[in-house]
Write a protein that binds this ligand. Structure first.
Ligand SMILES: Cc1cc2nc3c(=O)[nH]c(=O)nc-3n(C[C@H](O)[C@H](O)[C@H](O)COP(=O)(O)O)c2cc1C
Length: 354
């Protein structure tokens, strides 16, 4: 494990320990969040979206975001831009022709792939990035988010540099048939060791980590660093609407107040993910109405009417099961610092008590 921890520090020399990244939450993780995370000693990710066609407005927007990110992080690195972009890959067409050149032009340090229709769909993308990488001095690292041991090993075989192991406490989209980090991570770590890939592959944990305690647990289970999504939504630099931040800050008992389901997408007509994925979100008005017998058609109409009237209260609040531990909106730099400091104090406490 020490060796792959060393990998992350070698690949991203501006980062401090333990390694922390924000999840590339499409729509929420923009340049200001990503740049703040990088400047705080983590690795910032921008959510790049899922449309890779030539006409993609998402890619046009991303180009502008990357220019702003470069200006924001300034002189941390004169070569690579020490930021990553995450993509949702269930419609991979156009990635090789339109995304890879964009990433190379901005000299992104990392690319994150998640939610393919089939695991095999990542192979041509990863091979495409490898080809450009070997022919140039652009040393981008490839992160693949996975929710099963099988998917993690497939990603390693395909040439991923970093496997992000996503447990079922995670906020947002994830494997419908999932498991928590406590069972998933050690098995990924063991299997990785058996394949001999551990020397050149790093492992990150995602799902329900919101503070130093979760971070220590993840490191103990075999991660080299952590990814936080929901926790970073409740930061000053995150562009999430205040209603969503408030729902996260006031939420408690994630076991009862959030649920993994495809219904959150159905209610707001965003049910476009392949069936092996669902998503964890706060149980909201639409979910309650559905349970009380309202039809999907009625709920979808009410959602559309509310959005037309500028009312946000039916919007899905994607959030992880640790929502109850998030009490305060923090600046990104305070959050990263406090998690890293808490890791040390938890380790001291454990050292004394065991
Ligand atoms: C609001 C929100 C949006 C998300 N959007 C994406 C996304 O666009 N792409 C992606 O790969 N993962 C996305 N995720 C999942 C994260 O990658 C990550 O697995 C998750 O946030 C980890 O769990 P946590 O939220 O408990 O920290 C999202 C998560 C949240 C909470």
């Amino acid at each position: 494990m020490a060796q792959s921890k060393h990998l992350l520090q070698t690949w991203f020399p501006h980062t401090t320990s333990p390694f922390i990244a924000n999840a590339p939450m499409f729509g929420f993780a923009d340049y200001s969040l990503a740049a703040a995370v990088t400047k705080a000693g983590g690795l910032g990710f921008i959510g790049g979206g899922f449309d890779f066609t030539t006409e993609s407005s998402q890619l046009t927007k991303l180009n502008g975001q990357l220019e702003k990110a470069r200006a924001e992080v300034g002189d941390i690195s004169s070569n690579n831009l020490p930021i990553g972009v995450g993509f949702i890959t269930f419609k991979p067409s156009g990635f090789i022709d339109n995304v890879i050149p964009l990433l190379q032009r901005h000299r992104l340090a990392a690319v994150w792939l998640s939610f393919p229709e089939a695991d095999a769909d990542h192979l041509p993308i990863i091979e495409g990035i490898h080809q450009v990488r070997t022919k140039s001095d652009w040393n981008v690292k490839i992160f693949v988010q996975t929710g099963t041991v099988q998917a993690a090993m497939e990603a390693v075989k395909q040439g991923a540099d970093v496997v992000v192991v996503q447990g079922s406490d995670a906020g947002g989209h994830q494997w419908a048939q999932g498991a928590s980090l406590i069972s998933l991570l050690p098995e990924v770590r063991d299997t990785l060791a058996e394949t001999g890939a551990a020397s050149h592959t790093a492992v990150l944990a995602a799902g329900g980590i919101v503070d130093g305690r979760g971070c220590v647990a993840a490191l103990g289970l075999g991660a080299d660093g952590v990814v936080m999504g929901t926790r970073f939504v409740a930061t000053e630099e995150c562009a999430a609407p205040s209603l969503i931040k408030k729902a996260i800050l006031s939420g408690s008992d994630g076991a009862a107040s959030t649920i993994k389901s495809i219904r959150h997408d159905v209610f707001q007509s965003t049910d476009v993910f392949p069936r092996q994925y669902d998503g964890r979100a706060v149980i909201g008005i639409s979910y309650d109405e559905s349970k009380s017998g309202a039809s999907d058609e009625d709920i979808i109409q009410r959602y559309k009417d509310a959005m037309k009237n500028g009312e946000d209260d039916r919007r899905t609040v994607w959030a992880g099961a640790s929502i109850g531990v998030i009490k305060e909106e923090l600046s990104v730099s305070n959050l990263v610092k406090s998690v890293q400091q808490e890791v040390k104090s938890v380790l001291n406490r454990l050292n004394q008590s065991i």
